[in-house]
Write a protein that binds this ligand. Structure first.
Ligand code: B12
Length: 304
């Protein structure tokens, strides 16, 4: 890519705006953000973009909220510099994280609303083809930052990314929802899903860079405030939507959820629900559709 002076100037002047626009433009124009089996209609709508700084104490708090192995943005960048580039990380002054939420298209949400036991074909294609697009988008933003003279790494695609087994189920060294919360993009809900102004039906990614970017304000009073069940004690619609009882008033049972995804929805992959399902599992997502938080933050009638 040949960077003209105007582009460099826009980047230096307003990095948050420049990056947000670059992410939006790539999402609107990439052929990978399209479902070939559904008339090439878009997979994701306009993304939400937020920024957080490694200086934010929340990243150290995640070491007790999640586990000690959860990486701070600085640790992710240091691993990248030493393992991938063989550089001395002492020169790192600032580390920021760019968090990107990709809302699933309305048509796909509508198709999944009609389902009661496993995902619609559109949702299944979104799970796998959507993730391919997310990989491309993440790599594109990291390359753009490198072209502009920064270091950049996509933690989920880096060699240091790992999944670990905790007593209550799987956890990764880089949790996208926790990163998105830090970057002010939303809060979690009873189902564990991340609820943003564009809803809970989404996928997300993030990029770490040594660029200084003003952090996004976190407008939410706490990490559950977008969930009706947590704020008013009402709702709980996701409890009823789960086809295998993995969600209760106590929250989300990850081990049970995994069993439903891998074992109980296996017939979907074998044609029980029609032809054309792709990937290694069908993808479910029923708790993210036909719920009040599906496409936005539900209005809160009254607080507990
Ligand atoms: C492991 C994993 C799973 C496991 C376990 C899920 C889990 N809860 O961890 C299984 C296989 C069961 C699973 C299932 C699904 N997954 Co999954 N999964 C992941 C993965 C790879 C890692 C998650 C992780 O590390 N979690 C760490 C643990 C500790 O976090 P947690 O349990 O969710 O954390 C809860 C508590 O810590 C609590 N909490 C307590 N105190 C505090 C304090 C603060 C400040 C905060 C913020 C939170 C918090 O809130 C959190 C709720 O999210 C991520 C990708 C990634 N790298 O993040 C995708 C991801 C979480 N999955 C996703 C999706 C879409 C799904 C499915 C719908 C299936 C599908 N179609 O792909 C289902 C539904 C899951 C559900 N209801 O949450 C999306 C999330 C979308 C969303 N709206 O939230 C992600 C981010 C993938 C992506 N690239 O977009 N998944």
């Amino acid at each position: 890519m040949d960077m003209d002076e105007h582009t460099k100037h826009r980047f230096r002047d307003q990095p948050a705006r420049f990056l947000t626009e670059s992410i939006e433009e790539y999402t609107w124009s990439s052929p990978l953000n399209r479902l070939p089996a559904f008339d090439s209609t878009p997979i994701f709508e306009t993304p939400l973009v937020g920024f957080a700084s490694d200086d934010d104490p929340i990243f150290m708090e995640y070491k007790s909220i999640i586990a000690d192995f959860h990486l701070t943005p600085r640790e992710a960048m240091t691993s990248y510099l030493t393992e991938t580039l063989g550089n001395n990380p002492s020169e790192l002054r600032t580390v920021s994280v760019i968090s990107i939420v990709l809302p699933i298209s309305r048509e796909t949400r509508l198709s999944n609303r009609r389902e009661i036991q496993g995902p619609s074909l559109r949702w299944n294609h979104t799970r796998w083809q959507g993730q391919e697009f997310i990989t491309e988008l993440s790599n594109h933003i990291a390359s753009l930052l490198r072209e502009l003279g920064q270091y950049a790494v996509v933690p989920e695609l880096a060699p240091f990314f790992q999944m670990r087994e905790l007593p209550d189920g799987l956890a990764s060294v880089w949790s996208q929802r926790h990163i998105a919360y830090a970057a002010g993009l939303g809060t979690v809900g009873l189902s564990d899903g991340f609820i943003t102004p564009k809803g809970i039906a989404l996928r997300c990614t993030s990029v770490v860079t040594n660029l200084e970017i003003p952090p996004t304000h976190r407008p939410y009073p706490d990490h559950y405030s977008n969930c009706l069940f947590h704020t008013t004690g009402t709702c709980g619609r996701c409890i009823k939507r789960c086809p295998g009882g993995a969600i209760t008033e106590k929250g989300h049972d990850k081990k049970r959820c995994l069993e439903i995804l891998i074992t109980e929805q296996k017939p979907w992959m074998e044609g029980a629900h029609g032809e054309g399902y792709i990937g290694t599992y069908a993808g479910c997502g029923l708790c993210q559709t036909k719920v009040p938080c599906e496409g936005g933050i539900p209005p809160l009638p009254k607080r507990k």
